[in-house]
Ligand binder design. Structure first.
Ligand SMILES: *[C@@H]1O[C@H](CO)[C@@H](O)[C@H](O)[C@H]1NC(C)=O
Ligand SMILES: *[C@@H]1O[C@H](CO)[C@@H](O)[C@H](O)[C@H]1NC(C)=O
Ligand SMILES: *[C@@H]1O[C@H](CO)[C@@H](O)[C@H](O)[C@H]1NC(C)=O
Ligand SMILES: *[C@@H]1O[C@H](CO)[C@@H](O)[C@H](O)[C@H]1NC(C)=O
Ligand SMILES: *[C@@H]1O[C@H](CO)[C@@H](O)[C@H](O)[C@H]1NC(C)=O
Ligand SMILES: *[C@@H]1O[C@H](CO)[C@@H](O)[C@H](O)[C@H]1NC(C)=O
Ligand SMILES: [Zn+2]
Length: 251
């Protein structure tokens, strides 16, 4: 009996060690409908013909696109000439502890006018404890469900864009905290759409934080207790790049 219990414990412990992970893909696929900033070259996917030889076949395509469109990464160099370029970011900063501030309900009331404030960040901490060192912060404004309609997602008004973003005060709080690798949003830009000075981009860039923009936040994520991998294409001299982003949750 004792022998059987021993084996039971071994199996139990090892299955715990192997516990299954759930991978959530936070990336929009790139294609003809991918949203790019007005005036930037969109994703241009060219189908090449498929070649069929007697012993094999192959297909190849080509694409061409601006750095900053779809789900993508902003390197500090995008807004600060001494900042790191996308290929220079240390790998360890691309793998972090996930934290989500979910402003979807407020966004339903305030729409394009909602801003992440210091109070939102403090509320998060009073519920979840302090943000841990090495956090990649996600902010959900409930905008991912507009992705399939470019004019709604950008909320275009003539030439001007209107969508939620991070307030200047919250950006300063995030920098002062010193525990964040980067910040990701379900909008085209970390600054609110109607910014005139790109305060948040500039502040983050000067403090070595990167941005993740157009993150696909369609499915539920907890406030914390998950990990994030954000892997931008390693473009030499890149100011940014298309990025594959995963949230990794324990089952
Ligand atoms: C994307 O656009 C190109 C050029 O207009 C076209 O050839 C291609 O079929 C389109 N791809 C899809 C998946 O619609
Ligand atoms: C897309 O690329 C193809 C091949 O280089 C080019 O002929 C076409 O004009 C491009 N389309 C756009 C919209 O840039
Ligand atoms: C941008 O929109 C917000 C919210 O509507 C408003 O408070 C702010 O004054 C606007 N900023 C600019 C520069 O127009
Ligand atoms: C996108 O949204 C706009 C504004 O709400 C609307 O006029 C348009 O019909 C929508 N387009 C599609 C393809 O649903
Ligand atoms: C976070 O960790 C880094 C690397 O270990 C360290 O340099 C930094 O001082 C830490 N920051 C805080 C706020 O603990
Ligand atoms: C944010 O909260 C809303 C409900 O308030 C929920 O439906 C949605 O899934 C949440 N978003 C994420 C990314 O967890
Ligand atoms: Zn960008």
């Amino acid at each position: 009996m004792a022998f059987k219990l021993f084996w039971f414990l071994i199996v139990f412990v090892s299955s715990q060690g192997n516990c299954e992970k759930i991978i959530q893909d936070l990336t929009w696929s790139f294609g003809n409908d991918t949203i790019y900033w007005p005036g930037q070259r969109p994703f241009n996917f060219t189908k090449q013909q498929t070649v069929a030889e007697s012993k094999y076949m192959y297909s190849v395509n080509e694409f061409c696109a601006a750095e900053h469109g779809g789900t993508h990464f902003d390197a500090p160099y995008h807004f600060y000439q001494n900042g790191l370029k996308v290929s220079e970011i240390d790998g360890f900063r691309l793998f972090g502890k996930g934290a989500l501030v979910n402003l979807t309900d407020e966004s339903e009331k305030l729409g394009r006018n909602v801003r992440l404030t210091v109070a939102h960040l403090q509320d998060w901490e009073s519920k979840n404890g302090p943000f841990e060192n090495g956090t990649i912060l996600l902010v959900a404004f409930g905008r991912s469900k507009l992705w399939t309609n470019r004019s709604q997602y950008l909320d275009l008004e003539g030439e001007s864009l209107n969508f939620p973003g991070i307030s200047n005060e919250a950006a300063q709080w995030i920098v002062d905290k010193g525990t964040f690798y980067g910040v990701g949003l379900d909008t085209p830009s970390i600054d609110p759409g109607n910014t005139t000075d790109y305060f948040v981009h500039t502040l983050f860039a000067k403090n070595s934080l990167y941005n993740l923009e157009n993150v696909k936040l369609l499915d539920y994520l907890p406030d914390k207790g998950f990990e994030i991998i954000a892997a931008p294409m390693k473009i030499e001299d890149g100011t940014g790049a298309p990025t594959r982003i995963f949230a990794i949750l324990n089952n």
